[in-house]
Design a protein around this ligand. Structure first.
Ligand code: ZN
Length: 244
């Protein structure tokens, strides 16, 4: 006798943080868990991002181009899928800051949501030009040579680490209004873009940096008393991998 084909996919919905659009999805199953585990074993952040993209494509039922989503959309959707798959509370292991013993801590995945603040996406360049910024797209990040680390493990962004953020900054340039036309950065070569960024004033560049460092992200404050030494630990979890 053939084994029955299991059809046990309840359908849920969620709101995409950046677009406020409602989409339907199913939780991920063992086959998707496997895609993720294989990618995690490679220790290659890009492979992990690609696996997450595959997971999202498999599980999102509504029409949705995953490549166009912002990094914090991806984080949020991924954690929702995972939350439904493993149960609302995900137990993760966190090391005690004092004795380094691992403690099991429950994280309410379903309650995590990125705070999307109203931010200015326009930078005035002199009297003639207006630069429009946008959040980087997931597809753009995977295809670029930005370190996947920037997305997976984003810690508090330090504006002094400009060199490390450079790839992300380039991804945030959307268009430039001149008196005659709108120029899209996606149509320009990397050299032209770099030359443009290189000719900005420090103040203009800082406006872009602020946009990047204010990018919404999912964070969660955790407090736990260590099972071994009893020390009270207070931590802030940030970035997708913090919740694996
Ligand atoms: Zn301890």
């Amino acid at each position: 006798m053939a084994l029955p084909k299991l059809d046990q996919n309840p359908v849920y919905d969620l709101i995409i943080p950046s677009t406020k659009e409602k989409i339907e999805y199913r939780p991920f199953l063992v086959k998707e868990q496997k895609i993720l585990l294989v990618a995690l074993e490679t220790n290659d952040d890009k492979q992990v991002l690609k696996a997450i993209r595959q997971l999202l494509k498999n599980c999102i039922i509504s029409e949705c181009n995953v490549n166009n989503l912002a990094p914090f959309d991806i984080e949020y959707i991924f954690l929702q899928l995972r939350g439904k798959a493993v149960g609302e509370n995900s137990a993760i292991k966190l090391k005690c800051g004092e004795c380094e013993v691992e403690n099991n801590v429950n994280i309410p995945l379903a309650d995590l949501f990125p705070i999307v603040k109203e931010v200015t996406q326009e930078v005035k360049i002199g009297e003639e030009y207006i630069l429009h910024l946008r959040y980087p797209s997931f597809g753009g990040i995977i295809d670029s040579d930005i370190e996947g680390r920037e997305l997976l493990n984003q810690k508090q962004i330090n504006p002094l680490q400009v060199e490390e953020l450079y790839g992300t900054i380039m991804q945030c340039l959307e268009s430039l209004d001149t008196e005659e036309e709108k120029i899209y950065f996606k149509d320009e070569t990397l050299e032209a873009k770099e030359e443009f960024v290189g000719s900005l004033t420090t103040i203009q560049f800082e406006s872009i940096l602020k946009f990047v460092s204010d990018m919404p992200k999912i964070t969660h404050d955790v407090t736990f008393d260590c099972v071994k030494c009893n020390k009270k630990n207070e931590l802030k979890l940030e970035g997708m991998q913090a919740f694996f």
